[in-house]
Design a binder for this molecule. Structure first.
Ligand code: NAD
Length: 291
């Protein structure tokens, strides 16, 4: 059994990006500049944005952190988006989700200039991904594909079950795995909350991607010997033994599933760090999409 080490792989990717930034600097070119917009004071969102901004600084990018108060109107958020679209200094930016309830998330995401859409959530980015064109691919699916690639996990002709059909993880994941690429070329089943025979589907799969957000949902009886299991889930569960008061749990019961696997991602240290690396890769890529 091989552990797909997202932490080490993410570090390697960040080092590669830092080398690229060094080359840009050495040739007198502008380094990529990422902005992150956060509306409100949601604790988890603040932590994510701080981590993203820090990652960017570590690889040598410029970064700008824009904090707007919780009560900011939709119109004012859209004005901020327009300002970022028109700012030649900013190569890419993200709007941290979720947004406060009074703001229409789709309206905000649609307003982002696709050339600066480093989260890859804009319909133009999603459409290009579906067609196999060069674009920003959303962070978690890109991170998983890169992990499969760097560990040479066999995917061609394999049966794959993706559990969860969200726009940011499950659905794009199912599309990327079905593409005529390496990794890719899988026969994909996209399972969700209405799927009837999930245990059987998973048991017959060579690759299972669990992205449903239910701690330890995938158990050993659902996984066949020699399968590859990718655990996307991150749920905070109460744990008095931890200083923080909680532990992070994946969607897979790791201890009983891992011994059956050819490859498996741990939580933490698997998909999470790859997601962070992906944003930096997209920000570096944003330079190519500038006209
Ligand atoms: P979501 O809540 O938007 O979607 C969950 C999906 O799971 C839905 O499509 C639903 O149909 C499906 N589902 C729910 N219960 C099910 C069941 N019993 N059987 C089959 N399918 C079921 O979640 P999301 O945003 O896709 O995130 C999923 C998990 O991944 C969460 O734990 C989230 O925190 C985590 N996540 C991790 C990363 C990372 O970097 N590691 C990134 C994004 C999300």
């Amino acid at each position: 059994m091989t552990i797909l080490d997202g932490k080490a792989t993410s570090k390697a990717i960040r080092e590669e990006i830092a080398v690229e930034v060094g080359k840009l600097k050495a040739s007198g070119k502008k380094v990529p500049h990422l902005a992150a917009v956060i509306v409100g004071s949601d604790g988890a969102s603040q932590t994510y944005v701080n981590a993203k901004v820090k990652d960017c600084r570590d690889v040598g990018f410029e970064s700008t952190h824009i904090e707007l108060p919780e009560e900011t109107s939709e119109e004012d958020v859209l004005k901020q988006i327009e300002a970022l679209n028109n700012d030649p200094e900013i190569d890419g930016y993200i709007v941290q989700l979720p947004l406060p309830k009074h703001i229409d998330e789709q309206r905000v995401l649609l307003a982002i200039d696709p050339a600066k859409d480093v989260d890859g959530f804009h319909p133009a980015s999603v459409g290009k991904m579906v067609l196999g064109l060069d674009t920003f691919i959303s962070a978690t699916p890109w991170g998983i594909m890169e992990l499969l690639k760097r560990y040479n996990v066999p995917t061609s002709g394999k049966n794959c079950v993706v559990i969860g059909r969200s726009n940011i993880v499950g659905r794009p994941m199912s599309i990327l795995l079905s593409m005529p690429t390496e990794p890719g070329n899988c026969t994909v089943t996209l399972a969700h909350s209405r799927t009837k025979n999930l245990v059987e589907l998973c048991y017959n799969a060579d690759i299972v991607v669990a992205a449903l957000g239910r701690p330890e949902f995938v158990t050993a009886n659902m996984i066949k010997e020699g399968a590859t299991v990718i655990d996307v889930g991150i749920t905070r569960v109460k744990d008095e033994t931890k200083k923080s008061g909680f532990a992070l749990k994946g969607d897979v019961k790791f201890d009983e599933v891992a011994p059956k696997c050819a490859f498996i991602t741990p939580v933490p240290g698997g998909v999470g760090p790859m997601t962070r690396a992906a944003l930096m890769r997209n920000t570096l890529k944003a330079i190519d999409f500038k006209d």
